[in-house]
Ligand binder design. Sequence first.
Ligand SMILES: *Cc1c(COP(=O)(O)O)cnc(C)c1O
Length: 472
Amino acid sequence: MSNTQYPLQLDSDTVRDLGTLALDRAVARVAGFETAPASRHDPEEQLARLRARLAEEPSEGPGDLGQLLDLFDQAADQGVDTAGPGYLAYIPAGGLAVSAIAEMLAQLTNRFTGVTDLAPALVAMEQGVLRWLCQQFGLPTGSGGLLTTGGSMATLSALVAARHQRLGEPFADGTLYVTGHTHHSVAKAARIAGLPARSVRVVPTDDRLAMDPAAARRMIAEDRARGLRPFLITGTAGTTNTGTVDPLSEIARLAAAEELWFHVDAAYGGGFVLTERGRTMLAGCAEADSIAFDPHKSLFLPYGTGALLVRDPAVLHAAHSGEASYLQDLADHHGLPDYGDLGPELTRDFRGLRVWLPLRLHGVRAFRRELDEKLDLARLVHRELSADPGLEVPWEPELSVVVFRLRDAGDTRNQRLLREINQGRKVFLSSTRIDGRFFLRLCVLSHRTHERHVRVALDEIRSAIARVGSDG
Ligand SMILES: *Cc1c(COP(=O)(O)O)cnc(C)c1O
């Protein structure tokens, strides 16, 4: 195909040829996930050469797809293989192949779903996904929301809506309540929403690292006495640090009594609501005013799909809609929303299909089983690591995160342990700090991670411990 001139409007055969070439590469990569190194960092000199090639200006004339895809492959090989079974760091998801196929279809179809009038049935499709998600969390009829690029964007839209509805203007005296384990995206959203840093109030946590609602109640009362206006409280359905679920029902009661907006951050843990154990733990979500949930975490989708679910979509609309004369031709469509009026984006990619298709093709049971397996695997990891007297493994996993550290060693030796584990390149773990102390952190969530991979991780951890030594 070298030096072929490609008109921007390709004929069908060329689309098929180029598509097949790219798809063959993708299929080979996916087939290689099982055996590929969990991470790869080429020597700096090599990497510098690759970076230089990637940053070259595009040529005036046509390129060669094979060569261009070679370059992509080299670039994609560098760093951490976040799609592979050995990826146990941060929050893995893997990335369902069916969702990627849906995405290709959606992009080639390229319909506009920022307003309903231009694609009423596709918007209905996306709305169906949102309705189903709302039902899973127990939100009532009339609830809704929108698919976002991730939890951070969902949180931002929720916070802006809550601020708009509860505080009006000016709002610098508003306060919201988080814990030291709440994801930083909440404080970031508050900052972007124009709230001063002091408005984010950090409620103490208990032994389980969950919010202490009694302490929250006291802080709210104190803040009111100081003339501030408490307006929102966050509960996390699975913290990023330890997968801890805040006492959501208690926080919901507190929010109701204090007339605060109740936001649940279920970005990581939300998918577990499909399992029986998860449904019990996350029951309090049913009382939420808004829920941020990431299908690109616990529904195993490729990166780029979050969801904001709200009890009352009119509140989202009030905060995000805009009047524009160039949109005057658009008609109303049977109660379907214009997504452009529910969040910051007008033009957006059609996100519905990449959630809709995998749910229907695989069936919900496939997701439920996979998530149940992850809960079991985290318990297995906890059991096995707890059996080592040299390790401190303080918290039984509520969802699928286990944190641990060498018992009689300082942070430096624990940091060395993490490096030793990851340098084997069979698995990749991350770390965090809890009460100022360094902990290694293992999160099982990818649909590609099964018991055999977790056993490999345990072997890697044990042999790294033997190398690092557990005393001193
Ligand atoms: C990942 C995560 C977020 C942020 O979501 P993004 O999709 O990364 O923007 C927020 N809260 C929790 C608990 C998370 O795990």
